[in-house]
Design a protein around this ligand. Structure first.
Ligand code: ARG
Length: 465
């Protein structure tokens, strides 16, 4: 297949150079965006009188035919082409002749690839947003059903205070909600069209860049032609948002793995979302959660890789930037799969509420409430803290818990204890009274859940793109 740039060369490209340089193997996934961008470009060229309407029609027909034939499998992507742009242009010329040779008027592969990648990324941003929204739906459904499912809350992985499953899931709801916010922010920032920047310095043709931008659903054209072909920060921002999503998924995975362990037994993963061992017949392993945790590394890798690729590049385009694609595509695919599988795993996971509640009752998760009880009886908090500390020590020695002590035993430590202590430190009271905005008390949680429901009804990026 002919190259796009043979004119000033007198020798054939070395085969190994060709292979090293070529990007078709991975940029063929931009075929649709390449064709979409080329159509907008020639429609604009015709409007400006740079191409005739007949030429434009012939090119558009040729391009749509190429896309259709590739999709239907009647046209193979020729591996002897350097990249997807060369492939499309050479097939077009082969099919429609001279009009095809005019498609690239007023354009460079530099602004072409900048556009293709931006179009592809924009779709991926919206698709990731939709997957996050689906995950949030799973979380919210579980929250609504578990306002009074008690479990221990931890700090330092030590039992701290009792919470509910709804409250714990609510923490992840907030994280993934912020992740969506990041996507929305970067979507608006990146939604400008680089086409028309040419190689780096625009062109002498009378292009209508605003028109091209509007045809492609952009806010407008980018405002500096050098930056337009040199910028990959929108992709770095997206990879950073993807890395943050993975960090959140990974923390959640770690908890699922713990909860699913023999020691915790808070949850049971569905058979369809776990795997067995080839040697130990009793095993049911949380592989999906482990893989999500593991794949976090490669998404971080993509971010660091692109940051490093870009850090020393002089303006404007450099071939180094071709390295953005493989890592970015891999990160996008990975996050898509992780979000999809993770949501499915959560949806089908069973909670062992009895075990969670029992665990919440052990480990003195009500010690703060016992101290607060004494505060209510006029004991200064610091003294109350010390009294309950002694009581806890006494309980540890006797292998019992605060609520199991007799009133006599309690009063031996402080005469402020009365029979109403038992209710004050019950799991139900400990949780129900925590009505601070953002706290676990069902009264507080209900208000937050109502806000979350409304939030999920808002338009998402797929509806706005
Ligand atoms: N495959 C190239 C890339 O992904 C396309 C742009 C090539 N431009 C050039 N002047 N060689 O960056």
């Amino acid at each position: 297949m002919a190259q796009l740039w043979g004119g000033r060369f007198t020798k054939e490209t070395d085969q190994r150079v060709f292979e090293f340089n070529a990007s078709l193997r991975f940029d063929k996934r931009l075929l649709h965006q390449d064709i979409e961008g080329s159509i907008a470009h020639v429609v604009m060229l015709a409007k400006q009188g740079i191409l005739t309407v007949e030429e434009k029609d012939s090119i558009v027909k040729g391009l749509t035919g190429i896309e259709r034939d590739v999709e239907e499998g009647t046209l193979e992507i020729d591996p002897s082409c350097e990249d997807v742009h060369s492939f499309v242009e050479s097939v077009l010329i082969e099919r429609i002749g001279d009009a095809g040779k005019k498609m690239h008027t007023g354009r460079s592969r530099n602004d072409q690839v900048a556009l293709d990648m931006r179009l592809y990324t924009r779709e991926q941003v919206a698709a990731t947003d939709a997957l996050l929204k689906e995950l949030l739906r799973v979380l919210l459904d579980t929250m609504e059903e578990n306002l009074e499912t008690y479990m221990p809350g931890f700090t330092h992985l030590q039992k701290a205070q009792p919470i509910t499953l709804a409250h714990h899931y609510g923490a992840y709801f907030e994280m993934f909600k912020r992740d969506r916010g990041r996507l929305k922010d970067l979507f608006y920032r990146m939604n400008y069209c680089p086409l028309g920047a040419g190689a780096l310095a625009g062109t002498t043709y009378d292009l209508d860049r605003s028109y091209t931008a509007s045809l492609l659903g952009f806010e407008g054209p980018t405002l500096n032609s050098i930056d337009s072909v040199a910028d990959r920060d929108y992709l770095i921002e997206f990879l950073s948002a993807l890395a943050t999503i993975m960090m959140h998924l990974s923390r959640f995975s770690e908890e699922i793995i713990l909860w699913n362990s023999n020691e915790y037994q808070f949850v049971e993963l569905d058979d369809a979302y776990s795997t067995g061992s080839s040697i130990m017949p009793q095993k049911k392993n949380p592989d999906i959660a482990e893989l999500v945790r593991g794949k976090t590394g490669r998404v971080y890798g993509a971010l660091v890789s692109l940051l490093t690729t870009m850090k020393g590049l002089p303006l404007a385009y450099n071939k180094d930037m071709q390295e953005d694609k493989e890592v970015a595509f891999d990160a996008m695919d990975t996050v898509r799969d992780c979000l999809t599988l993770f949501a499915g795993m959560l949806r089908t996971m069973r909670f062992r509420k009895d075990r969670m509640e029992k665990s919440a009752m052990k480990g003195f998760t009500n010690a703060t409430d016992a101290a607060d009880y004494l505060v209510g009886r006029g004991v200064p908090f610091r003294d109350a803290h010390s009294i309950i500390g002694k009581l806890v020590l006494y309980c540890i020695e006797k292998d019992t818990s605060i609520e199991e002590l007799s009133l006599e035993e309690l009063q031996a430590v402080s005469d402020k204890f009365g029979p109403d202590l038992y209710d004050a430190v019950s799991l139900k009271t400990c949780v129900e009274k925590r009505l601070t905005a953002g706290g676990p008390g069902p009264g507080a949680m209900r208000k937050v859940i109502a806000l979350y429901r409304k939030y999920l009804e808002e338009k998402d990026l797929t509806e706005m793109a």
